[in-house]
Design a protein around this ligand. Structure first.
Ligand SMILES: NC(=O)c1ccc[n+]([C@@H]2O[C@H](COP(=O)([O-])OP(=O)(O)OC[C@H]3O[C@@H](n4cnc5c(N)ncnc54)[C@H](O)[C@@H]3O)[C@@H](O)[C@H]2O)c1
Length: 369
């Protein structure tokens, strides 16, 4: 297939990882990057042999077909709207946008322009979650009845070089980490019809303690503006019920990442923030867990959703890490907080179909034939 040219806007902490991941796919040609801070664009460009451009130059470059938006959450909407206005397909980092209005505006703008809108996370396309999907669909644990998903850490203030945005609207453990868990659960079980939530804030201030910060910045204080422990119940359209915790207030725990409880056994799912295993099954009468061989490539990195989008442009098929999926996730996260505020269940109207599973046995770096 003829390669699709890609540019990146936002050359921060995660951008090097994306450059490596995008290069994994023969469908993609990573051409250029841009950042409001030109020194960051130049550093990334020099590491990866691509062009460093201003944002305006990148948007005006007729060769770039897909833009990967790796800016912080507060800029996701504005940058994605600029990309669509420039006539290019866009793949956002998560969350899709900060507000529901922004999310719907993005979906509509892309549809009106005849452009594709994609969004992270794309980790559900990795070997761990695709193998889990195959085992579930093939009936290894019978029909899903219930599930749980747990993200519990003490937050990014000790490792991220600029952790402020994690504690501002659009961040927090819900908007930052729950997209991995919600997307994985929707990919496995289907859309959610009702949510209930409670939320709390364990600490009013956080202190940036990345060991590489200069002495004048080490330990600077960040006012926490979002809830940092969120607990939710998800009622799926197929009748399954899931419990979800997403927390930046937890030092230690013994919780699994995700488990699906079926009529004939339990499926233990690996970290949905990664592409690898292990995937474990324990059928009803089994004495122990069995680790299952992965049926799908686990060597991919972030950017597989962009490659999937590139293939979809050529064949016309839907792309899997879609704006519609990310919109359902965004709507669920807001509904969880609405429920926490109101004390009421929230009915969800933003349905979405489960994305198609990837075929088993694809060679690394390839998605379609
Ligand atoms: N850091 C991680 O481990 C990680 C992992 C997965 C996903 N993400 C997501 O990736 C996104 C970026 O995260 P990060 O950690 O790389 O952030 P970062 O703050 O390290 O980098 C963001 C970059 O975007 C640039 N930028 C901001 N606004 C801009 C604009 N309007 N135009 C052009 N450039 C702009 C900044 O100058 C900065 O270089 C976030 O949405 C985050 O949730 C991060």
């Amino acid at each position: 297939m003829e390669r699709v040219n890609v540019g990146i806007i936002g050359c921060g902490h995660i951008s090097d990882h994306y450059c490596q991941g995008l290069k994994h796919f023969r469908a993609l040609d990573l051409r250029a990057c841009a950042d409001m801070d030109m020194s960051r664009a130049k550093a990334l460009a020099s590491d990866h042999g691509i062009a460093a451009l201003t944002v305006d130059q990148l948007l005006a470059d007729p060769d770039i077909e897909i833009v990967v938006n790796l800016t912080p959450p507060a800029a996701h909407f504005d940058v994605a709207m600029q990309v669509i206005a420039a006539g290019k397909h866009v793949h956002n980092e998560k969350p899709l946008a900060q507000t529901r209005d922004q999310g719907q505006t993005l979906l509509q703008a892309a549809a009106d322009a005849g452009l594709r809108l994609g969004c992270a996370p794309d980790t559900f396309l990795g070997g761990g979650l695709q193998t889990s999907r195959k085992l579930l669909d093939d009936g290894w644990i019978g029909a899903p009845v219930a599930a749980c998903g747990f993200f519990a850490s003490h937050g990014p203030d000790s490792y991220h070089p600029t952790p402020d945005f994690f504690f501002k609207p659009g961040g927090g453990p819900l908007f930052d980490m729950a997209p991995y868990y919600l997307t994985a659960l929707i990919h496995l079980i289907g859309p959610v019809e009702r949510v209930t939530g409670s939320a709390s804030k364990g600490f009013e201030r956080r202190y940036a303690t990345n060991k590489d910060l200069p002495p004048d910045l080490y330990g600077y204080a960040i006012d926490v503006e979002v809830d940092t422990h969120v607990s939710a119940v998800l009622d799926f359209a197929n009748g399954s019920v899931a419990s979800l915790i997403s927390s930046f207030d937890t030092w230690h725990h013994n919780l699994p990442f995700i488990e699906i409880f079926g009529t004939e056994g339990t499926l233990s799912i690996p970290d949905p923030n990664h592409f690898r295993g292990p995937v474990r099954v324990r059928r009803a009468n089994a004495e122990d867990w069995s680790e299952m061989p992965l049926t799908h490539d686990a060597s991919m990195l972030r950017g597989v959703g962009v490659a999937d989008l590139a293939y979809s442009l050529k064949s016309g098929r839907p792309h899997r890490a879609s704006g519609a999926l990310a919109w359902h996730v965004l709507d669920l996260m807001h509904a969880i907080l609405d429920s926490a505020d109101s004390g009421q269940h929230q009915q969800i109207s933003s349905g979405v179909s489960r994305p198609e599973p990837l075929p088993a046995g694809l060679a690394p770096g390839q998605l379609d034939d």
